[in-house]
Design a protein around this ligand. Structure first.
Ligand code: BG6
Length: 488
């Protein structure tokens, strides 16, 4: 891997401490960083290099998946870090930054490859990108890349505007939009699981699949993020990005080759083929909810409106479920259900593929009804794939029952999503990043629903904290003769 400079905006922030430093450290331990690298952290306040390095060390102690041992290796890793105070709107600060970047490049003999990571509030994304261009930081002999965190806009129009501004400073193939769901083991595995297994490929269509359910339920509430979350809601926070990305990965067709651009094309075809939801009819296929008080894991918790920082009149959604159709011969007639919510009964992100069950009645004479085959892909907290099928259990008088084949990944040996994604960006592999087309088409699909929410065309259901969301979300599936598979 080529030597490079990693320029981190937001170096004293929470994400840097929890995710980015531990990811860099673990990549370093695995020999997945270039042999020469320079890391420059930027933040508003003044900080000496040694104080910054010890902050990084503390964050490793607290958040690294591997324990940190005092070693010459650790010291070499930390010695790559420098700190530079920067006000994101001051051109002069960027010129000084350029000077620092160049002097470290000369000192370490780095060939001008620069990765700019924006771990800052979204209102600064475009400002920073343009300053990178204007200060000359972006004029380099090597490659330049931009990693940008979510949210990418807050609706279709603002996303387009942001993208146009970023494009003034970076080409699309230089922009790496993080969607950390795309870095998760099982989401990355989807591609192989579905594409590289003829047995699964053969049944991955509307002849065999009855419906697909994608759930991301959380037990946490709004936490300390009221300011952001109350303006975003579950629809912007999870649905527009993570959920639709997982849907694209699940539904995409077999590409002719496994390359980033072929996969990107296949994903785009799916998001493009999503049947639009019209604002006036959104209530027929979308359910929105807000958690009321209740009990989660045995602890009493407050309702959303009682959370610190939330106005008692807030109509923000903390739960969304939707039924989607893909206009494509392979998926015609197969509903895709997605739902996500906070303060639900369990933390679980999973895909359940329910197969058609033409032999349901076959064993009726023996008082048995066969269950549909289910392929369950658990994304978190467990990373597991299981197939439920019918069989005779000899220990149970040979009665028909549901049996399970399963594979579970060993989580202790798994790199974290951020490790994978940062590594891919360093390698220049954009497969598991959100491309502009996908982001734009996702906003396009979500836009009428956002408007329907704003205009109160869709009822906001209260649901008890610790439940599985509003009953209306169960009814959404019942209308089609299905039910959510909770813990199959
Ligand atoms: C983030 C959202 O993108 O994803 C959070 O902003 C949410 O609100 C989180 O809690 C969920 O991620 P994970 O990895 O815990 O499923």
């Amino acid at each position: 891997m080529e030597s490079m400079t990693f320029v981190l905006f937001g170096a004293t922030g929470d994400l840097a401490k929890r995710k980015i430093y531990p990811a860099l450290y673990n990549l370093y331990l695995d020999g997945k960083l270039p042999s020469t690298f320079s890391i420059i952290g930027l933040g508003r306040r003044e900080l000496r290099d040694d104080a910054f390095q010890s902050q990084v060390e503390q964050s490793l102690n607290q958040f690294s998946r591997r324990s940190v041992i005092q070693s010459p290796d650790l010291n070499t890793f930390l010695s790559a870090f420098r700190y530079h105070p920067l006000n994101v709107t001051h051109p002069d600060d960027y010129r000084k930054l350029l000077h620092l970047v160049q002097s470290r490049e000369n000192e370490l003999n780095i060939r001008g490859n620069r990765l700019f990571y924006l771990s800052v509030s979204p209102e600064f994304f475009d400002v920073i990108a343009l300053q990178i261009k204007e200060s000359g930081l972006g004029d380099t002999e090597g490659w330049k890349r931009l990693i940008i965190e979510k949210p990418f806009g807050r609706d279709l129009q603002s996303a387009r505007l942001l993208n146009a501004k970023l494009n003034e400073a970076f080409e699309e193939n230089e922009i790496y939009r993080i969607d950390h769901y795309l870095g998760k083991t099982m989401v990355q595995n989807l591609e192989t699981l579905v594409l590289a297994n003829p047995v699964i490929q053969a049944v991955w269509n509307n002849r065999h699949i009855a419906n697909v359910q994608i759930t991301a339920s959380e037990t946490v509430g709004v936490e300390e993020r009221a300011g952001y979350y109350d303006r975003a809601g579950a629809i912007r926070d999870m649905m527009q990005n993570h959920m639709l990305q997982v849907l694209m990965m699940t539904a995409m067709h077999l590409p002719s080759q496994i390359t980033p651009s072929h996969i990107k094309d296949e994903k785009r075809k799916i998001i493009k083929a999503l049947q639009p939801v019209h604002k006036s009819e959104a209530a027929l296929s979308v359910v929105r909810g807000q958690y009321a008080s209740g009990s989660v894991n045995g602890n009493a918790v407050a309702g959303y409106l009682q959370e610190p920082g939330i106005e008692a009149s807030s109509r923000n959604d903390t739960f969304v479920a939707a039924r989607l159709w893909i206009d494509d011969p392979k998926w015609e007639g197969v509903p895709f259900y997605i739902r996500t919510g906070k303060r639900m009964s369990e933390k679980s992100t999973r895909i359940v593929v329910e197969f058609k069950n033409p032999t349901k009645e076959l064993y009726v004479t023996r008082n048995a009804i066969t269950s549909p085959n289910l392929l369950v892909i658990e994304i978190s907290p467990n990373e597991r794939v299981s197939l439920q099928f019918n069989g005779k259990n000899a220990e149970n008088d040979g009665n028909i029952e549901s049996l399970e084949l399963s594979f579970k990944a060993d989580q202790n040996k798994q790199p974290e999503a951020y490790e994978r994604l940062i590594h891919d960006a360093l390698e220049g592999d954009a497969t598991f990043f959100a491309h502009w087309n996908e982001v734009e088409l996702s906003w396009q699909w979500v836009q009428p629903i956002l408007e329907a929410f704003e205009e109160n065309l869709i009822r906001l259901h209260a649901y008890e904290a610790g439940s599985n969301g509003p009953e209306a979300s169960d009814q959404l599936l019942e209308e089609d003769g299905f039910e959510w598979w909770l813990d199959p």
